[in-house]
Design a protein around this ligand. Structure first.
Ligand SMILES: [Zn+2]
Length: 265
């Protein structure tokens, strides 16, 4: 028996939707405490559904949910911020959807991650206000840090040696920049020039507004996008493998016949 209340209220950002049956949809929501949840909206694909406009992806809403046996059910939804400026602009909506997907991948069901919700709100607000696409790099660095994957950018991630101001390898598996002497041991990576390294170091401690006002040229922007993309792929694939492994182990232990328990004296 659970003593959790049957109905609960939460604020959240709608990350994505998928259709269920003929008229229902399941929405993935990042809640204000940084956990994510999946819940079903019954009949939302019918024209007369009152919740329809309040559960669009990229909307910030106040939600009332009822606990269900498998999935919780939305009983009320009220828009707090519709982010129309994002949703009605093709490029901006693509940037925001990318951020929502990253938050979805890093969030964990029923596990609070304070900081994740304000981080996503901040980047949505800034994108809606017209910030350049480079703010995604700031978001990526911050979300990596929240997840405990801070990049080592000040010294060699493997031997702690000082890094001269020169082209340096960023190796995801090593956890950051790697000195010339450690390159062979660092695994795959990407050579970054001094300007790219400076931008990463700045992004780590800068406010979103300060980072948004930094001038980043196209070449440099692409270099940073590639480098952080490598790091994100490395961590997310590793996490996925871990969760796949856990799921497989759980399935095996369920399917295995109960082992004979040893006699207890
Ligand atoms: Zn080193």
């Amino acid at each position: 028996m659970s003593d959790r209340p049957r109905v609960y209220r939460t604020e959240g950002l709608i990350l994505r939707r998928r259709n269920l049956g003929e008229a229902d949809s399941v929405f993935t929501v990042l809640t204000a405490n940084g956990a994510k949840l999946d819940a079903v909206a019954r009949g939302i694909r019918r024209a007369r559904s009152r919740m329809r406009g309040h559960l669009e992806p990229l909307t910030r809403s106040q939600l009332l949910l009822a606990r269900g046996r498998t999935l919780d059910v939305f009983t009320q939804a009220q828009t707090l911020h519709a982010y129309r400026g994002l949703r009605e602009d093709l490029e901006r909506s693509a940037l925001a959807i990318y951020c929502a997907e990253l938050a979805d991948r890093f969030a964990v069901e029923q596990a609070e991650q304070p900081g994740l919700y304000p981080l996503l709100l901040a980047v949505f607000d800034t994108l809606e206000a017209g910030a350049p696409a480079q703010v995604l790099r700031w978001f990526e660095l911050q979300i990596l840090s929240l997840a405990g994957y801070d990049l080592q950018l000040d010294a060699c991630a493997l031997c702690s040696a000082r890094l001269p101001p020169a082209e340096t390898l960023l190796a995801a598996s090593a956890g950051g920049l790697v000195c010339a002497g450690c390159r062979a041991a660092a695994g795959a990576g990407r050579l970054l020039g001094v300007p790219a390294i400076k931008v990463l170091r700045f992004a780590r401690g800068a406010s979103l507004a300060d980072f948004a006002s930094l001038r980043v040229g196209d070449d440099l922007g692409q270099q940073l996008e590639g480098a952080l993309g490598d790091v994100l792929r490395y961590h997310l694939e590793r996490d996925l493998l871990t969760s796949r492994y856990l799921a497989a182990v759980t399935r095996l232990s369920r399917e295995a016949p109960p082992t004979a328990s040893p006699d207890v004296e």
